[in-house]
Design a protein around this ligand. Structure first.
Ligand SMILES: *[C@@H]1O[C@H](CO)[C@@H](O)[C@H](O)[C@H]1NC(C)=O
Ligand SMILES: *[C@@H]1O[C@H](CO)[C@@H](O)[C@H](O)[C@H]1NC(C)=O
Ligand SMILES: *[C@@H]1O[C@H](CO)[C@@H](O)[C@H](O)[C@H]1NC(C)=O
Ligand SMILES: *[C@@H]1O[C@H](CO)[C@@H](O)[C@H](O)[C@H]1NC(C)=O
Ligand SMILES: *[C@@H]1O[C@H](CO)[C@@H](O)[C@H](O)[C@H]1NC(C)=O
Ligand SMILES: *[C@@H]1O[C@H](CO)[C@@H](O)[C@H](O)[C@H]1NC(C)=O
Length: 530
């Protein structure tokens, strides 16, 4: 019974396979139940990514209209479409001795110095803000204004770079300037210029200027391609200058080191290269910031604070873009790994500000705390990076940021940025708005020559100090000024001679304009600037 035998034998095989099949079904089933349960738990934890509400937030819109005006307050040169009643033309002769027109640009702070290093940084941050949040600015009718302010600086920077390897980095002498208390419109003091060149190099200031011009070339690309190309050309030449003649500008020219002394130039080299990458799409610049110089210059893994002196945190966030959204440029595996290092360091910075104390030092009122001088710079600089980073997370649908065993959603990162903006706008123990002209209670004694002197005053350089000494509030509103800010104990002394707390700067306003633009409404950031 061949067939029967076969049947028997088949039958036993069948039993065997049935057993295997049943076991397999049980094992796979159990496993899939576990996976299914985990999946559901995860889904339960994150029903979907929390997102900010759409629509314009009136508070941030109002604050943005105030904030952008500080660039008008600070303008040097022959004013166009002047928005500030008490301002007039000034600095018209700047650069004349060098046969240059350096009349435009912005005064740095409460004096009438034009310092190229922080002025270019102001332009870079403003350009970045426009690139990320131009649509938001447009929604509240501030885009054109922001672009005009940026161009007022880049017009100056173009003229300050009259030939290869020469960059004018300062107009005015702080010793002469600070011996006077007068309006810029009536000033008659000498305003000497200082340049860096191949014998007295300044890679930091050259690269910050290159970064500003590269970023601005993207801002103006669609509306004025000639101007955009001109900016890019200057940016590339300045970057070459910085690489060919390495040097710290305040070491090359020690006489200027009392103001905006630079702690080094390698961060600016990477910063300029990062912006030139975005402006050109040229893979050389990716190679520059990764394989060529990443290890030596980038300080991966160590978060630091964004400021006029330290560009590393800005680079980390800007290059995270490439990691979040990918690139059309061919990049190697090692370049890609190095780009990851930038993103990991940006994440570490976000964690530093998100994690509770002591990791993250804050005032009792909730302000990120780094340093007493211009304390707000660090808080709003970090908050600007936080809102940008949170938008990269939203746009790439990245649900979490992992911080030391804790999970943060993009909305948590945005809320950190909100908390810093709200602190500045008056949600703080002093109930004081540190944005001049916003709210009911803002500083009345801002350390600012122009704002403190009546427009019809009869004083000049020396007797003008009576306006510094005056116990009356400033007669003119330095609208949009973001003052230095509070002490660690959240208090503030509203006194005109308190330059540590009461002096505003243009880069504070650039950070704050960027932060407010991020918060004023919500939409996906653009995937590519080009
Ligand atoms: C180079 O810059 C230094 C420092 O500003 C200046 O003293 C010198 O005159 C400049 N060189 C030339 C050739 O202009
Ligand atoms: C700030 O406002 C709160 C609430 O209105 C009030 O309780 C507090 O006393 C105010 N603080 C100061 C310093 O004015
Ligand atoms: C300047 O002098 C004129 C004439 O003496 C006077 O009318 C005016 O009030 C003075 N301005 C100020 C701000 O003191
Ligand atoms: C302003 O105050 C300083 C310090 O008290 C004093 O030396 C100076 O003479 C005063 N200047 C004017 C113009 O009132
Ligand atoms: C706050 O801190 C500053 C600077 O350390 C100090 O001068 C001031 O007295 C402190 N104020 C209060 C109310 O503790
Ligand atoms: C302002 O403060 C500086 C530095 O503390 C001091 O040297 C100067 O005398 C003060 N000026 C006035 C007018 O109080």
């Amino acid at each position: 019974m061949e067939s029967k035998t076969k049947l028997t034998s088949d039958s036993s095989e069948w039993h065997w396979w049935l057993l295997v099949a049943v076991i397999a079904v049980l094992v796979v089933g159990a496993a899939s139940i576990t996976i299914w349960r985990d999946f559901h738990e995860l889904r339960h934890k994150v029903p979907r990514i929390r997102r900010p509400p759409g629509g314009v937030m009136q508070k941030y819109s109002d604050a943005l209209h105030v904030s952008t005006q500080f660039f008008d307050v600070q303008k040097s040169g022959k004013l166009e479409n002047n928005r500030i009643k008490w301002r007039g033309d000034s600095g018209l002769e700047d650069g004349k001795d060098d046969n240059l027109d350096l009349s435009k640009g912005l005064y740095d702070a409460g004096d009438h110095m034009k310092f190229g290093f922080p002025m270019a940084f102001t332009a870079t941050v403003l350009a970045w803000s426009i690139l990320e949040y131009g649509q938001h600015m447009e929604a509240v009718n501030e885009l054109k204004h922001a672009q005009e302010s940026l161009k007022w600086i880049t017009d100056y920077l173009i003229n300050a770079h009259p030939s290869d390897n020469v960059l004018y980095i300062q107009v005015g002498d702080p010793d002469i300037d600070h011996k006077c208390w007068e309006r810029p419109e009536t000033s008659t003091e000498k305003r000497p210029t200082i340049q860096v060149n191949s014998s007295y190099p300044g890679s930091d200031v050259a690269c910050e200027t290159a970064a500003a011009m590269a970023a601005a070339s993207l801002v103006f690309k669609n509306q004025d391609s000639g101007y955009s190309k001109l900016l890019l050309d200057h940016a590339q030449k300045l970057f070459e200058f910085a690489n060919s003649y390495p040097g710290v500008y305040s070491k090359s020219i020690p006489s200027i080191q009392d103001y905006y002394k630079s702690s080094g130039f390698v961060d600016e080299l990477l910063w300029a290269a990062s912006w030139l990458y975005h402006a050109t799409g040229d893979g050389y610049y990716i190679d520059y910031v990764t394989v060529m110089h990443g290890n030596a210059f980038a300080n991966w893994g160590n978060p630091t604070w964004f400021s006029w002196d330290n560009k590393l945190p800005g680079i980390q966030v800007l290059l995270s873009r490439v990691n979040f959204f990918g690139t059309n440029t061919q990049i190697s595996i090692i370049e890609n790994m190095n780009l990851q290092m930038y993103r990991r360091t940006a994440e570490a910075l976000m964690c530093t500000v998100l994690l509770p104390p002591p990791t993250n030092k804050k005032t009792n009122g909730g302000l990120i705390w780094v340093n007493e001088w211009d304390s707000l710079q660090y808080a709003i600089g970090s908050a600007f990076l936080a809102v940008v980073f949170s938008d990269y997370m939203f746009a790439s649908k990245t649900p979490y940021l992992y911080c030391n065993g804790k999970l943060y959603e993009p909305m948590d990162v945005r809320e950190l940025a909100v908390s810093q903006a709200d602190y500045v706008l008056g949600n703080n123990p002093m109930n004081m708005s540190y944005l001049v002209g916003y709210g009911l209670n803002y500083p009345q004694y801002v350390h600012h020559r122009g704002a403190s002197i009546p427009i019809d005053a009869n004083t000049s350089c020396h007797d003008g100090f009576k306006w510094l000494n005056s116990t009356k509030p400033n007669p003119n509103l330095a609208i949009g000024a973001v003052v230095g800010g509070p002490f660690l104990n959240d208090t503030y002394i509203d006194s005109r001679n308190n330059s540590m707390q009461a002096e505003p700067t243009t880069y504070n306003s650039a950070f704050f304009v960027g932060l407010l633009s991020g918060l004023v409404t919500s939409s996906s950031v653009v995937i590519s600037f080009t």
